[in-house]
Design a binder for this molecule. Sequence first.
Ligand SMILES: Nc1ncnc2c1ncn2[C@@H]1O[C@H](COP(=O)(O)OP(=O)(O)OP(=O)(O)O)[C@@H](O)[C@H]1O
Ligand SMILES: [Mg+2]
Length: 387
Amino acid sequence: MSTFNFRDREQEGEQASEAAADAPTSDAGEPTYAPALHADEPTHAPAPHADEPLHPQGEVPDPLAAADEEAATRESPGDEVPTREQAAGASRVSVVDEQPPRPAPPAGASEEEYRWHTYRVYPSGRPDAVEFIDTYKAFGRARILRGLNMGLPEGMVSMILGPSGTGKSVCIKHMVGLLYPDSGDVLVHGESVPNMADDDLFEMRKKFGLLFQDGALFGSMNLYDNVAFPLRQHTEKGEDEVEDIVMRRLNEVGLGSAREKMPNELSGGMRKRAGFARALVLEPDIVLFDEPDSGLDPVRTALLGELILEIHRDMMDEAKAKQKERLPTFAVITHDIMSARRVADYINVLWRGRIVEAGPAEDMLNSDNPFIRQFLAGESQGPLTMD
Ligand SMILES: Nc1ncnc2c1ncn2[C@@H]1O[C@H](COP(=O)(O)OP(=O)(O)OP(=O)(O)O)[C@@H](O)[C@H]1O
Ligand SMILES: [Mg+2]
């Protein structure tokens, strides 16, 4: 089942590339969305990722191992994997001095604690809509983000996966400026969120659609008014237009006939779908889902995953048709590994305040890192334990 879906997503990726070709150009005259076809054309490789080290500290670079790693980072879906010899030949020029050193563990932590952090980032071929750059955040003595470098590629459905309490929700709050980093930066479409003036922050938040765990509906309003709320609050649209938009979104999530219902008359799954409809009415460029599947049974979780994919696909088509400046970027936080396997284009695995590895789902599911393998397979045996 997952194989089918991944193939499906690959095809969609091709469509996305078409969209990219049609996309408007930036001031610099570069195509804004031009997907880098190969990792060695890193036109949009974000600075923090370009700096990502590939070698453990203190290791003398072994040309063959380096070539393997380079080959791994070059590999993109559908590319042929070069042989070890080819890779060695190709990388001969750059092995010695182009690999930055492995970053030191955060203050107070040991190398051992970060031994599974390869910091490897498989290329997505897309610019990042959201970037965390060396972000640190502590609450009192609890150090949560500890030098986080993470990207959410534009036009993709990304997952942020990590054990409970690692700071996934904290990440979301940084993206929308509800929390500020102690140091480092968070960029949305290239602009620094912590450095934004209040007015700009207010505008920037309109780019986001947020879906909280329980849908976060207003209990005193019916479904229709809940979904209409952001339109009435943030736009000058007349009621006819509001109704068109609201009904389109409600129908899309299968709630067209429930418009008069109050939130307490809805099941958990319906509330989530209603929250999803409301998150979309302002046509956000970035939609964040914080555990959309918590509390749902496996079938409804699967259906919600399908809905997320379907809506992302529709939004991609629409962005292309309307030649929008941005492609829709979705970020889903989940504990449900099966959802991740079904839905993700791109996977970030977060642990101990840093990304262990990140990349397109296919690369991540084939990772040879024991921590990533354990986590993506949801197995009890492996480096991750309860402590
Ligand atoms: N505003 C806050 N003040 C103090 N501590 C906080 C605050 N927000 C989050 N934390 C702490 O930061 C840590 C990470 O919290 P976060 O909610 O991001 O975890 P999570 O990865 O989303 O976990 P889960 O998967 O269980 O939702 C937790 O230990 C939490 O107690
Ligand atoms: Mg959370």
